[in-house]
Design a protein around this ligand. Structure first.
Ligand code: UD1
Ligand code: CA
Length: 455
């Protein structure tokens, strides 16, 4: 039987943050969420998350997590170290017989594959405890692992190392597999006789008979997060992992270092991502699109052959053959049909734009329906908000909306309508009509500006 314990009670002092460390994000997901996701793939019997510092905030952050129901929170108060966390947990595990996989909540890049291998190897070797180790040229901040032949003798935290011990490059990744039967017998013997005056889980190793080192070469996966430099390092490692995957699958990324892609994004073949392009959340970009430079797309669907330049798109869907930008802002709830052109300085929110529409310049379209092949003139505004409520503007197919038209919603414009430039439209317009709603121009003949009196 497998149970998982994730240590997430610490404050993360070195982050210098109001936010608990494990809630800091790498590529859009919190460190803790990432560790939980990787562990869940092992289908454990139970997942315990040890919380303490700002525990409510941490619980709340997992509310929308799919695995929420399976997670048992254990409150560690005060937080006297990683060994103390397991002492607190031990009350919950009275009848438990099996393997306890313990992970620090700040190793976000560990993959389910590596964890699975680790568990398999542990089962094969069958020691009291196994732990994941790796060699780091500059092992700053990590506990050093001392072996004797195949077995581990002890772990010494960097702070407690003497000069010679500090030169050891074999480090503890903070991922352990214990036989609970063995750990439960010694966990309460752990003491805080070290520089930090904390109860260290790592001291359990020398109290057990057989401790096995599962050394892995790819230390990128084991990158811990204690400060924001390491957080950035994780982001860099993960982005390389994601972007390499897409490049191998037929995506051109002009300047990978300037782009970010969420691992939940799907990207088709022959897509080009220009510099400074960010594909976030659950977005899907279909074949043959050119995205960017300077473009941000979140939780959106983009069909084939679209060109999007210098623009921002949130929670929307765009059908094929659309041009967007430069400098367009497509806000949530927007659906744009194929062959449409959304031009510069155009903002669209919660609207449905039919095929072959042109909204080329300087417009705000909110809560609107725009029919097929309609042309929206420069500077058109849908005034959708009356100060307390939002209302809909409907403009039918094949309309010509004059430049600088304002539609005071709710208002309904039928098909083949033309509105004169500068009109403020607050009444419905029947089909094939021309609507003019502006003050008449008056020309005063022979009018000269009076001359100033000279003094
Ligand atoms: C720990 C290990 C170190 C290892 C490193 C790997 C110990 C004593 N040291 O050091 O050998 O190389 O991780 O990244 O374990 N936590 C609690 N309760 C507490 C204290 C901490 O739940 O009372 C949690 C933290 O939230 C964190 C994790 O345990 O997620 C590790 O704590 P941290 O302080 O980061 O340990 P390190 O100093 O990195
Ligand atoms: Ca750490």
């Amino acid at each position: 039987m497998l149970a998982v314990a994730i240590l997430a009670a610490g404050k993360g002092t070195r982050m210098k943050s109001e936010l608990p460390k494990v809630l800091h994000k790498v590529s859009g997901k919190s460190l803790l969420n990432r560790v939980i996701n990787s562990c869940s793939k092992l289908s454990p019997e139970k997942i315990f998350v040890i919380v303490g510092h700002k525990s409510d905030e941490i619980k709340k952050s997992l509310d929308s997590n799919n695995h929420r129901r399976k997670i048992h929170f254990i409150l560690q108060e005060p937080q006297n170290g990683t060994g103390h966390a397991i002492q607190v947990l031990s009350k919950e595990l009275n009848d438990f017989k099996g393997t306890l996989l313990i992970l620090n909540g700040d190793v976000p890049l560990i993959t389910p594959e590596t964890l699975k291998d680790f568990l398999d190897k542990n089962a094969e070797e069958n020691p009291d405890v196994s732990l994941i180790t790796t060699r780091k040229e500059r092992p700053l901040g990590y506990g050093r692992v001392f072996t004797n032949g195949k077995l581990i003798e002890k772990i010494v935290e960097e702070r407690d190392c003497d000069e010679k011990e500090r030169l050891n490059t074999l480090i503890n990744a903070g991922i352990y597999c214990f036989k609970w039967e063995k750990l439960s017998k010694i966990v309460h013997k752990l003491k805080n006789n070290n520089k930090q005056k904390e109860i260290y889980l790592t001291d359990a190793i020398s109290l057990l008979k057989t401790a096995f080192s599962y050394e892995i070469k790819n230390y990128d996966e084991l990158q811990g997060v204690n400060n924001r430099i390491q957080l950035a390092k994780c982001e860099q490692i993960l982005q390389k992992r994601i972007q390499d995957f897409h490049m191998m699958n037929g995506v051109t990324i002009i300047n990978p270092a300037s782009c970010t892609i969420s691992e939940d994004a799907e990207i088709g073949i022959d897509v080009t991502l220009e510099a400074n392009t960010h594909i976030r959340g659950e977005s899907k970009i279909s074949d043959n699109c050119i995205i960017g430079p300077n473009t941000f797309i979140e939780n959106s669907f983009v069909d084939k052959n679209c060109n999007i330049i210098n623009s921002t798109i949130f929670n929307s869907s765009l059908m094929k053959d659309i041009n967007v930008g430069p400098y367009s802002h497509v806000r949530p709830g927007t659906k744009i049909s194929s062959n449409t052109k959304i031009g510069n300085f155009v903002e669209i929110k919660n609207s449905h734009i039919e095929e072959s529409v042109k909204i080329n310049h300087l417009s705000y379209i909110g809560d609107s329906e725009i029919g097929q092949s309609t042309n929206i003139g420069a500077g058109t505004i849908t005034a959708n908000f009356d100060g307390s409520e939002k209302h809909t503007t409907t403009i039918g197919a094949n309309c010509n909306v004059g430049a600088n038209s304002v539609f005071i919603a709710p208002v309904n414009i039928e098909e083949y309508v033309t509105t004169a430039a500068g009109s403020v439209i607050n009444k419905n317009v029947g089909k094939e009509s021309l609507a003019i709603a502006r003050a008449k121009q008056t020309n005063i003949k022979n009018w000269k500006k009076k001359k100033r009196k000279s003094n």
